[in-house]
Design a binder for this molecule. Structure first.
Ligand SMILES: NC(=O)c1ccc[n+]([C@@H]2O[C@H](COP(=O)([O-])OP(=O)(O)OC[C@H]3O[C@@H](n4cnc5c(N)ncnc54)[C@H](OP(=O)(O)O)[C@@H]3O)[C@@H](O)[C@H]2O)c1
Length: 221
């Protein structure tokens, strides 16, 4: 399912984006790192190419998004709007995977969702109906995603169309993650809110990247 796809990772110079790039490259997916500064993206791409030769490059945000089938957004909430505005024209008709959590430092342990409901809905409103936004990866620590072992946590995937959620679920499952259909994009509020709770649990209990697990055995329905 993921073979032949190119994924742009906007914010791929940072923690979660770099981890996602590694996760995808390990599966044979081609990756374009996107950055506000093309040289920074090229530097990160060169580091990754030393491990995964031939499948990774670095570009400006808009050039990276233009070259991709799927555009992942892994930037701090303060940069969410400007990042989306930088690529709005070139992502029309594409699938955008948004991992942004609306954390508002310094009170990152407190759930502070935006008036629209959540960051993912804000992304959909800003990009318009020509873009299919799917949200995921809010509840997995970058270190676990990067590690190359199967992470001990699950991923909630929200989006208004089941077929679009399935594309992302296939991409994540191909790398060994357990990913779940978690309903429409507005439900991303729950996953985004959980991140503050997980950060608090990390702090309170000294856990290195707490995650969530869905219990119960799936059966045909
Ligand atoms: N880190 C995790 O474990 C984790 C887990 C789940 C969800 N998340 C969410 O994923 C998103 C990215 O998290 P992260 O930890 O990877 O963030 P990060 O490392 O701090 O930043 C990611 C990248 O965003 C770009 N960026 C654009 N505008 C920025 C600004 N004003 N300030 C700082 N960076 C800016 C930077 O790339 P350029 O300078 O190259 O443009 C930076 O490398 C966040 O919304 C976070 O809540 C993170």
């Amino acid at each position: 399912m993921s073979a032949g796809k190119t994924v742009a990772v906007l914010g791929g110079t940072g923690d979660l984006g770099n981890a996602l790039a590694r996760f995808l490259l390990r599966q044979g997916v081609a990756v374009v790192i996107g950055s506000r500064a093309a040289e920074r993206a090229q530097r990160t791409a060169a580091e990754l190419a030393a491990i995964f030769p031939g499948r990774v490059s670095g570009e400006s945000l808009a050039n990276a998004a233009a070259r991709a089938d799927i555009v992942a957004v892994t930037v701090p909430y303060t940069a969410h709007q400007t990042t989306l505005e930088a690529v709005r024209d070139v992502v029309q008709g594409k699938l955008v995977l948004d991992a942004t959590v609306p954390l508002r430092p310094p009170k990152v342990l407190r759930v502070q969702l935006p008036a629209a409901g959540c960051a993912a809905v804000e992304a959909q409103q800003l990009l318009g109906d020509g873009v299919r936004v799917v949200a995921a990866l809010h509840n997995i620590a970058a270190t676990h995603l990067a590690a190359g072992t199967v992470p001990d946590c699950d991923v909630l995937v929200t989006g208004d169309k089941e077929v679009d959620r399935q594309v992302i679920i296939d991409l994540l499952q191909a790398g060994g993650l357990r990913a779940w259909h978690a309903g429409p994009l507005a439900n991303s509020a729950a996953a985004e809110a959980l991140t503050s709770i997980l950060i608090g649990i990390n702090k309170r209990y000294g856990i290195d990247g707490a995650g969530i697990r869905i219990t119960g055995e799936p059966r045909p329905v």
